[in-house]
Design a protein around this ligand. Structure first.
Ligand code: MN
Length: 714
């Protein structure tokens, strides 16, 4: 003990202890509090080592200080600072399932003023563990049990320690980047759980600080004039009057949006020859919706996402603006951005309630903050579901369980509602537990695990949607709703396309940028029960067009809103689909990316060797139109220009009005149903308080085993 204590008496010894304590406490937080689920041993290892390098580098800097009093003061300040960063995150995470950002600390997102109930700060009994080391050191110093080390270590030795720390951090960074295929730099801009998982809390707060500062600089000089220019641009180039044959056909219906994760249009109507020698239809149920006469299906619907992937798709659909050229808008701006988004517009025009159901943690893509800015009333993330290991696919609650276990919440929502389901099972790695696999389905043996798995998880998703549909019909919700199904982005990409190509009608040997662009099509279907004129529409459209299309179906005038999409049913559409990379697809010519060497004939797929003078003019003009469109959207979002404009009759959303904690949500829903009593429109009230869950038939192994009660977390 004495020997151990004497180590405290040297500067290097003290700092080593502090680094060790920061590491130990980080482990306590990572595994005890934060819901950081590593995928595989490499991620697990990264989580264990990531606090060391960064912390050691920071503490090693102190060794450059020569003056004794200054050294100990700085050590104490840094030690307490590191502890605060960690412990505040612990408290914050317990309440919000999210990490602190600069905006949440400075109150930019309105978290600490409201919604954070100081009376119920989630302090736990064992939390003294986070402070005990510092308390002991301070006590030892005061009691003079610990001696001040008067000898500076010298610049050379200090530099050695600093370099060692930095090397360790660098190694950590390199390994993380390597592990995620150079994704760290990109992921840093799109998702904080990645940064924390791979690099730790310190690097996260620095990254966040950098981007917050960048955003503030960009926004400082923004002006109302810029917004007015964009409004003019939209009025003369983008806004289209609705097609009156379609206008209002879905008025006051519930809107159920099913986000088909990583689902490509190429899967629709696809048959594969399985390893059992038989032919299998990959997604029979989605095919039947695609061809149903109550569904308006689009065969040339392109995803327009950038690096923000899933979150970009959401942003495109909820706001009819593009994601950013780099990073995720949700992550970068979501906590402070002014939106005039779907849930708020539907709520304010027709009294819609709103909710998102999602199997992953709420912190992912900063959804917890972004959805509040968008005016979502409810966000049922993983914390509302039973997330025991057998219920999870790598990216969250298994889809079949997500749909089924959402029923007790869905049926409490006032109608009409706008409910979005973000599925997760059909997501990269495309792996599933054996018990979830359909025994009647056999996938291919392509020699590429992702491709083989992709067909299996897509088939699983198809079944999940089928079971949910059966419930919607049985419970009566179907006829009162429209169901919107869309794919967010590709599932297979890059070199894996060579293995994928032959199954979806392309040639692996000649697979080129044109083929890749065509594989960027994802499903888009609007099922309007009761209609019989549904059909497959070949118009070239994109995700940015969804919002005005839906609004018009619901009888909402869009002329006053700032939206870049064009109603898919309207006439006079601009004939190009802009890709986020600056490329485009028109009915005649495709440019895969802004700087592609070749143009392609959209219909034949052939490379155009020499453009005719007319084509030359056409592509030049189209390129310019795409650039103008993306530039206008980027300006609006980067400078947060909507804060300068409130459409007539629209009340700006106040994030402080929303709380997504399980406790608050359950209380609110119950109160809503009680307060409205006889006037309550929820399915549950219409059923005299009797749950519709028994209407749900499913083949989920966990449920079949006899666990009939939905296990919803306390
Ligand atoms: Mn996605």
């Amino acid at each position: 003990m004495k020997k151990l204590l004497s180590a405290f008496n040297t500067r290097v010894g003290l700092l080593s202890f502090l680094v060790f304590f920061v590491w130990a406490k980080s482990m306590l937080a990572y595994f005890g509090v934060f819901n950081l689920r590593g995928v595989g041993p490499a991620e697990f290892l990264l989580m264990i080592i990531n606090p060391i390098g960064f912390t050691a580098t920071c503490f090693a800097l102190l060794l450059f200080i020569r003056r004794t009093s200054l050294f100990y003061l700085a050590t104490l300040v840094l030690g307490i600072g590191a502890n605060f960063l960690l412990y505040l995150n612990v408290l914050y995470y317990r309440e919000f399932s999210d990490f602190i950002t600069i905006d949440t600390m400075t109150g930019g997102a309105g978290m600490f003023q409201h919604g954070f109930d100081f009376g119920s700060v989630p302090v736990h009994l064992m939390d003294w563990l986070y402070w005990i080391d510092l308390v002991v050191i301070i006590v030892l110093l005061i009691a003079k049990k610990m001696k001040f080390d008067q000898r500076p270590v010298g610049a050379k030795r200090a530099f050695t320690f600093f370099s060692m720390g930095l090397a360790l951090f660098g190694l950590n960074f390199w390994f993380g980047d390597f592990n995620k295929n150079q994704l760290i730099m990109r992921r840093a801009q799109s998702d904080k759980t990645y940064v924390v998982r791979y690099l730790g809390l310190g690097p996260w707060i620095l990254t966040d600080g950098y981007y917050t500062n960048l955003a503030n600089t960009q926004r400082k000089d923004a002006s109302k004039e810029s917004l007015e220019e964009i409004q003019k641009y939209i009025a003369s180039n983008r806004y289209l009057a609705p097609n009156m044959k379609m206008y209002g056909i879905a008025k006051n219906r519930n809107v159920i949006e099913i986000h088909l994760e990583s689902f490509q249009q190429a899967l629709i109507d696809l048959k594969i020859k399985g390893t059992d020698g038989k032919e299998h239809v990959v997604t029979p149920f989605l095919n039947s919706i695609y061809h149903s006469n109550s569904t308006y299906s689009f065969s040339n619907f392109f995803n327009q996402v950038g690096q923000g992937k899933t979150s970009d798709a959401e942003n495109l659909l909820e706001t009819s603006t593009f994601g950013l050229p780099a990073g995720s808008l949700f992550a970068k701006y979501g906590s402070t951005q002014t939106f005039q988004a779907m849930p708020a517009i539907l709520n304010q025009t027709d009294g819609y309630s709103s909710a998102v159901f999602h199997g992953n943690v709420g912190a992912f893509y900063n959804r917890l903050n972004t959805y509040k800015q968008m005016g979502y009333q409810n966000f049922f993330d993983q914390s509302f579901f039973d997330n025991s290991a057998s219920n999870m696919s790598p990216w969250g609650i298994k889809d079949k369980l997500l749909f089924r276990d959402s029923v007790p919440m869905l049926e409490q929502m006032q109608q009409p509602f706008y409910a979005k389901y973000l599925t997760v099972t059909n997501h990269l790695t495309y792996t599933m537990d054996d018990e979830d696999k359909d025994p009647n389905f056999a996938t291919v043996d392509s020699g590429n695990k992702l491709v083989d798995g992709y067909f299996e998880t897509a088939h699983y998703l198809d079944q999940a949607v089928e079971q949910f549909y059966a419930y919607l019909k049985k419970s009566g919700l179907y006829d009162k709703s429209i169901i919107v199904l869309y794919g967010d982005h590709y599932g297979i990409s890059g070199s894996d396309n060579k293995a994928f190509a032959p199954y979806v009608g392309y040639d692996a040997d000649t697979f080129n940028n044109y083929d890749n662009t065509m594989l960027q099509r994802t499903p888009f279907m609007i099922d309007v029960p009761g209609r019989t004129d549904g059909h497959i529409i070949d118009t070239y459209v994109g995700q940015v067009d969804v919002m005005p299309t839906l609004e018009h179906l619901m009888g909402i005038d869009t002329s006053k809103y700032v939206q870049f999409g064009q109603d898919m049913f309207a006439s006079g559409r601009q004939d190009f689909v802009a890709l986020r990379n600056g490329g485009f697809v028109t009915p005649t010519i495709t440019l895969p990316t802004l700087n592609s060497r070749y143009y392609y004939d959209t219909q034949t797929g052939l490379q155009i060797e020499n453009l005719t003078p007319e084509q030359e003019t056409y592509v030049k003009e189209t390129k310019q139109k795409v650039a103008d469109l993306l530039a206008a959207s980027d300006k609006l979002n980067n400078q947060n220009l909507l804060r300068f404009y409130t459409p007539t009759g629209f009340t700006p959303v106040d994030a402080k009005d929303y709380s997504y904690t399980v406790k608050d949500t359950e209380k609110r829903l119950k109160k809503e149903n009680e307060d409205l009593s006889a006037k309550s429109n929820s399915l549950l009230s219409q059923n005299q308080g009797k749950s519709t869950l028994p209407d749900y038939t499913t083949d989920i192994p966990e449920v079949k085993k006899g666990e009939d009660e939905v296990k919803v977390k306390d």
